[in-house]
Design a protein around this ligand. Structure first.
Ligand SMILES: Nc1nc2c(ncn2[C@@H]2O[C@H](COP(=O)(O)O[C@H]3[C@@H](O)[C@H](n4cnc5c(=O)[nH]c(N)nc54)O[C@@H]3COP(=O)(O)O)[C@@H](O)[C@H]2O)c(=O)[nH]1
Length: 693
């Protein structure tokens, strides 16, 4: 049953309708046929009963005489006359005692049933009709006659009727089925058209299609509603499409913003890192070598500060163009920071390729870049790390390339460096130092040493250079060469520098108070020079210590001046205007161009000890030293020589007109107390060289 219901549910509506019609009309026809058969059966049987009754009545009346005279022959003839009635099967005459007197039997094979005096006069069963009649004269009963007719003729007539009615019914059913199919196809055509449109829409996704609106009220309404629904879907579809397009446009824009640098049109750091990750995954799979390069432009900030951001941006664009010209198709170049670029060289056979590309990049950037009438010289510091030689982890490779770049920059800029494990150790050391440095100031671990500066004409100590020392509780004395660069990188040099100046001014004040009028030289770092409040802070410290600015000399390096912005130039002028002297430290090691000497209010040059070391024998050192002294003279600058360790060096410098000297020959850097003793021994404002050495 369930299967039947399932099968019905699966059928199309038209099939269901057809079957419903067939079953109902077939059922109705069957019922009406059965009804008619029933009626026929009733009437035929009634006719048979009436006929048998009249035959029995007639036989009973005719038998009266024969029975009265017990004439069996005459009685037999009377009953045999019933043979002409085809339905009569048998007729039996019984005497008054119920004993068969005579009988007529059409078929000897089926004899009549025994006489039952209790049966009713007329008895009907499925096989026939039995009618019993009394034979009497007056009130005297002579016997009974029982006539039995067969219903076969009734059945035959019914069969004939059925034989005619059934084919007729089937023919009618088939005809109506055919007509119904045609009509149903005609009636359901709009529904089929509707479903064809919806099928086409679902197949093609074309919501502009519409169903034809039929004249029929119900189907027409359905088609109109369907079309109305399509109107709304199409409208929504168009809105959705517009929405999706807008979203896609925004996504593309966001993706561009997330992966591209708008200034140079190169990929940005985000893209670079993603790309590096996939390149390294490939390199790992195919056992390939990958080279990672970090490029940091030298002096870009100066260009940006002095010439403006528009020129800075244009410079970045031209630099990126030059860098991409050095690369092959497939190499990755990205701008990963303000003035930082990253390069990924994939599937490199030899590490040597890295240096080759680095050289090419430096060479490309060596030519000045012309922007709006300016010739800009921009160099770069390049750090290189190699997968898998240096590291297999992406973050380590990035860090190592950065470390190598830092070494290239610190090593004098415009250079490339490959990462080496010692750099990692250094970096680790720097990290440790950085952590400890932060606490060193609070824990009072710094001390200030002073190195005497001697007047070469008189031999008197006329000044001291303040040199910081860090007494680390575990590491002992840490050289400023180790911690000053870390302090500069982290910015800690600013509070450390303020501490140095405060200490130096305090000691100077004491020496002055003791009658030793000397000048103190304090080293200034590049980071301090960039501080906006540098001038105010220095003057405040001098005021607090009650020291006249003319007793303070601030030592700067050439590189600091080369990078100087107009703000820095103004700051330096403000310092000298206040009376402070400026000296160029390590003079001669930095830059070939001396033009900056005209721009800055510098009063003294300190000849670097690398030139002093070879004096007086080395002719080149001697020539350079003489040239520096001569130049300083002509510029009316004071000249101080550093690193004097021998009497010969002292004599050479004195003979060639150097003003002041500083070096181990006169004294190593020592605590303020020892300088105090040294000054006290001299007895006056200065002490003679002889007493120092
Ligand atoms: N910004 C700051 N920099 C500072 C400060 N204190 C020191 N420094 C800088 O650290 C560098 C190393 O200094 P240091 O180890 O103190 O070395 C100084 C002298 O000891 C050394 N010197 C002096 N005479 C000689 C000599 O005859 N031979 C020789 N081999 N070395 C000698 O030179 C260093 C002083 O150099 P300079 O400053 O260039 O005059 C050094 O660069 C310091 O500048 C600070 O407080 N702030």
């Amino acid at each position: 049953m369930e299967q039947l219901i399932e099968w019905i549910n699966r059928q199309a509506l038209s099939t269901k309708l057809k079957w419903t019609y067939l079953v109902t009309s077939g059922g109705v026809m069957l019922l009406s046929t059965l009804f008619l058969i029933g009626i026929q059966l009733y009437f035929f049987t009634a006719a048979l009963v009436r006929q048998t009754q009249s035959q029995a009545t007639m036989a009973g009346e005719n038998l009266t005489a024969a029975m009265a005279f017990a004439d069996a022959e005459a009685a037999g003839d009377i009953l045999s006359a019933l043979r002409v009635a085809p339905d009569v099967q048998s007729a039996v005459a019984y005497d008054a005692k119920g004993k068969a007197f005579v009988s007529f039997v059409r078929d000897p094979q089926s004899p009549p049933a025994a006489h039952d005096p209790h049966v009713r006069e007329t008895e009907v069963d499925v096989r026939g009709v039995s009618v019993t009649r009394r034979i009497q004269v007056g009130s005297r009963l002579l016997g009974t006659v029982v006539v039995r007719s067969s219903v076969t003729s009734v059945y035959r007539q019914l069969a004939l009727y059925l034989a005619l009615a059934l084919p007729m019914t089937l023919a009618l059913l088939s005809l109506s089925y055919y007509a119904l199919s045609r009509l149903q196809r005609y009636f359901t055509a709009p529904i089929r058209a509707l479903s064809a449109v919806s099928e086409q829409i679902s197949r093609q996704g074309d919501y502009s299609l519409r169903a034809e609106v039929s004249q029929a009220a119900d189907i027409g309404l359905l088609a109109r509603t369907f079309n109305g629904m399509l109107d709304r879907i199409q409208k929504r579809e168009l809105e959705l499409e517009a929405e999706i397009n807008e979203r896609k446009r925004i996504e593309v824009k966001l993706d561009r913003l997330a992966h591209y640098d708008p200034v140079t049109q190169l990929n940005n750091r985000h893209f670079f890192n993603e790309r590096l990750e996939s390149v390294l995954a490939r390199a790992r799979k195919f056992d390939e070598r990958t080279i990672l390069m970090f490029i940091d432009l030298d002096n870009f900030k100066t260009v940006n500060d002095t010439l403006g951001h528009d020129i800075g941006d244009e410079l970045l664009r031209l630099v990126s163009r030059r860098l991409s010209e050095t690369l092959r198709f497939g190499d990755v170049l990205s701008r990963i920071g303000g003035d930082e670029f990253g390069i990924i060289l994939e599937n490199v056979s030899q590490v040597g390729v890295a240096s080759l590309i680095a050289e090419k990049c430096l060479l490309k950037l060596a030519d000045p870049i012309h922007i709006h009438g300016h010739d800009i010289h921009i160099g770069a510091s390049i750090g290189i790390s190699v997968y898998p030689d240096d590291a297999t982890d992406m973050h380590a490779l990035l860090k190592y390339a950065d470390t190598a770049m830092y070494y290239a920059k610190n090593g004098g800029k415009n250079a490339w460096r490959m990462f080496t494990p010692s750099m990692r150790d250094d970096a680790h050391k720097r990290f440790k130092l950085d952590n400890n440095l932060r606490r060193a100031l609070e824990r009072d671990e710094f001390v200030l040493h002073y190195q005497p500066q001697v007047d070469l004409k008189t031999g008197d100590i006329v000044g001291v250079e303040a040199l910081i020392r860090w007494i680390h509780p575990q590491l002992g004395m840490v050289s400023p060469n180790d911690f000053i660069p870390v302090a500069e990188d982290t910015g800690l040099i600013v509070p450390i520098g303020e501490w140095v100046l405060r200490e130096a001014c305090r000691d100077l004040k004491r020496w002055h108070a003791e009658g030793h009028l000397l000048r103190v030289a304090v080293n200034l770092s590049g980071r301090q020079l960039k501080e906006n409040n540098l001038v105010a802070a220095v003057l405040a410290t001098l005021r607090e210590a009650d020291v006249d600015p003319c007793w303070l000399e601030l030592e700067l390096t050439e590189s600091m001046l080369m990078d100087a912005s107009t703000d820095i130039v103004d700051r330096l002028h403000a310092l000298t205007d206040a009376g402070i002297q400026l000296a160029i430290d390590d003079f001669g090691t930095g830059y070939s161009s001396m033009s900056y000497l005209k721009t800055f209010p510098v009063r003294a040059l300190k000849v670097d000890r690398s030139f002093v070391r070879g004096l007086p024998q080395d002719p080149e050192d001697a020539a350079i030293t003489r040239a520096i002294i001569a130049m300083a003279r002509s510029l009316r600058m004071e000249i101080v020589a550093e690193g004097i360790e021998t009497q010969e060096q002292h004599d050479f410098l004195r003979a060639h007109g150097c003003d002041k000297s500083q070096g181990y020959l006169y004294g190593r850097p020592c605590p303020a107390a020892q300088i105090g003793q040294l000054l006290a021994r001299s007895g006056a404002g200065a002490c003679a060289v002889d007493s120092v050495v």
